[in-house]
Design a protein around this ligand. Structure first.
Ligand SMILES: *Cc1c(COP(=O)(O)O)cnc(C)c1O
Length: 491
């Protein structure tokens, strides 16, 4: 397949052309439920006027967004292309096949399954793919059955217990792992007997020796690598070595950093696709596509993952698969590779801007799209206070645990910020240095309000007079130079 032609998703001409279409669409919606049309307009205004630093968010292009608003939503298409449970799926087959082709070409994957509705669905699909391959299939052979429906009640009970006896390891939550990597509040933790690996308390970096030690001792079926709040790259070749040594499957969840893989910022040992048997991702974070998920596998797991429906999914969201195809086509362009490089270089510029103004960062820097600020050490605030004070100042972030967090998982001591969204708006190193300045200005002016116990409170805070407004105005001025969807005028 040839490389798609370069499309600039922030192109003014596309937005201008789509303006009458969006106006008409909102009018049509307003005729049914005006409050929804109003909220849709308000959301665009809010997104245009806030400094969006949430590391998991981005802005999809208008062609990607437009692709989601069609009658593909009305079609049931359980199964896979050419093997559907419903008639009349020829156009969905086209869409799903093109999305999978783009995914394989973009990531160099042997197989792509593009149906998962979200990151959590992608992980659930991946876990059951691995369980089907390594637990169910051998049991069927052992019991002389072709499918699970052929098993006697006793053999089925045996198999069900085997599913529940499996082990997994993943990165601990406080060092940046994700709930779906085997933690008790999530179904993954109820399915697997799970243990966590973490980072070195001195350097904050992933400790591969400790991962290997835990793997040898615990003998998991699945080693999950990947994170949502770790500001560094991972050596997936090393993780695969560890998995091979103990006979485990390496599953990498690249939900957060798929855009950096797609854009060839993470290559060689840092590219998960050549090293992991199973790779999961979202499509809406750094990859800048529609809200959704995907699973990439080696050929060995292709038949199992294709049974995602009925294993854990129902009918696919065909309109979103279509939008994934458009976004993946965009991600195959040189323009996207340039974007991904800027996401990483901007993240470094932001880190330097913060550190030179005295902010303590977890791992003292970044080499991906994430900065994790230790706001307790830097400003005497909890993550919750810092997050709220920044929001008052027009800066949207989220609080996050830091390793061995003294304020616990609710109030936290960290704020996580990411560069994908503002880089999509055109921000460069100078703008991110200014962002660092605004963050520091807002947080330096914020103090915890003393609780009734006489100690500093963890939730209430006070911002010195006028500072939030001043920072808000400065943020708005900065954003004014980089309009979101320039040319899209709904007034
Ligand atoms: C965001 C994220 C998910 C979940 O994605 P959703 O689409 O919100 O379900 C899973 N894993 C990781 C590592 C993530 O960062």
């Amino acid at each position: 397949m040839s490389e798609p032609s370069a499309v600039d998703p922030t192109a003014r001409d596309i937005a201008e052309k789509l303006t009458p279409a969006y106006r008409t669409m909102l009018d049509a919606i307003a005729q049914v439920e005006p409050r929804i049309a109003q909220a849709t307009r308000a959301e665009l205004t809010d997104q245009r006027h806030s400094l969006k630093l949430i590391a998991s968010e981005n802005y999809a292009s208008l062609p990607v967004l437009a692709t989601m608003g069609t009658w593909f939503s009305d079609k049931y298409a359980e199964g896979t292309a050419g093997h559907r449970f419903y008639a009349g799926c020829q156009n969905v087959d086209t869409v799903e096949t093109i999305a999978a082709e783009h995914a394989c070409a973009l990531f160099g994957a042997e197989h792509a399954y593009v149906q998962p509705h979200s990151g959590i669905d992608a992980n659930l699909t991946a876990y059951w793919t691995i369980l089907a391959h390594h637990v169910e299939t051998p049991a069927l052979e052992e019991f002389g059955a072709r499918t699970v429906n052929d098993l006697s009640q006793a053999d089925w009970d045996t198999l069900r217990h085997r599913f529940n006896d499996q082990r997994a390891i993943g990165m601990s939550l406080d060092t940046g792992g994700h709930l779906t990597h085997g933690f008790r509040p999530n179904i993954s933790g109820k399915m697997f007997d799970q243990r966590s690996y973490g980072t070195d308390p001195q350097t904050g970096l992933l400790d591969y020796d400790k991962v290997a030690e835990l793997a040898r001792e615990f003998k998991p079926l699945v080693i999950v690598a990947g994170y949502s709040a770790y500001p560094r790259r991972v050596n997936f070749a090393k993780m695969r070595e560890i998995a091979d040594e103990v006979g485990a499957v390496l599953m990498v969840d690249m939900a957060h950093f798929a855009g950096l893989v797609a854009g060839k910022v993470f290559t060689g040992d840092e590219d998960p696709v050549p090293h992991a048997q199973v790779v999961t991702t979202t499509t809406h974070k750094s990859l800048r596509g529609p809200r959704g998920g995907m699973v990439l596998t080696t050929k060995e797991y292709a038949d199992d993952v294709d049974r995602g429906c009925p294993m854990v999914l129902g009918g696919p969201l065909s309109h979103v698969m279509a939008a994934k195809a458009v976004a993946l086509a965009e991600a195959r362009t040189q323009a996207f590779r340039d974007y991904a490089q800027r996401v990483a270089s901007n993240s470094k510029a932001l880190a330097e801007g913060l550190m030179k103004r005295g902010v303590k960062l977890v791992t003292d820097g970044t080499d991906n799209h994430i900065n994790l600020l230790d706001v307790t050490t830097s400003f005497g605030l909890t993550g919750r206070q810092a997050e709220a004070a920044l929001l008052d100042s027009g800066i949207v972030t989220n609080r996050n645990s830091i390793p061995a967090d003294p304020n616990g998982a609710w109030y936290t001591s960290g704020v996580r910020i990411g560069t994908p969204a503002l880089t999509s708006r055109g921000f460069g190193a100078d703008e991110f240095d200014r962002v660092a300045e605004l963050i520091v200005t807002a947080l330096k002016a914020t103090t915890p309000v003393t609780a009734s116990t006489g100690k500093p409170g963890k939730a209430k805070y006070h911002i010195a007079d006028g500072v939030a407004q001043k920072v808000h105005d400065a943020a708005d001025e900065l954003l004014g130079n980089f309009p979101l969807y320039p040319g899209l005028d709904l007034a």
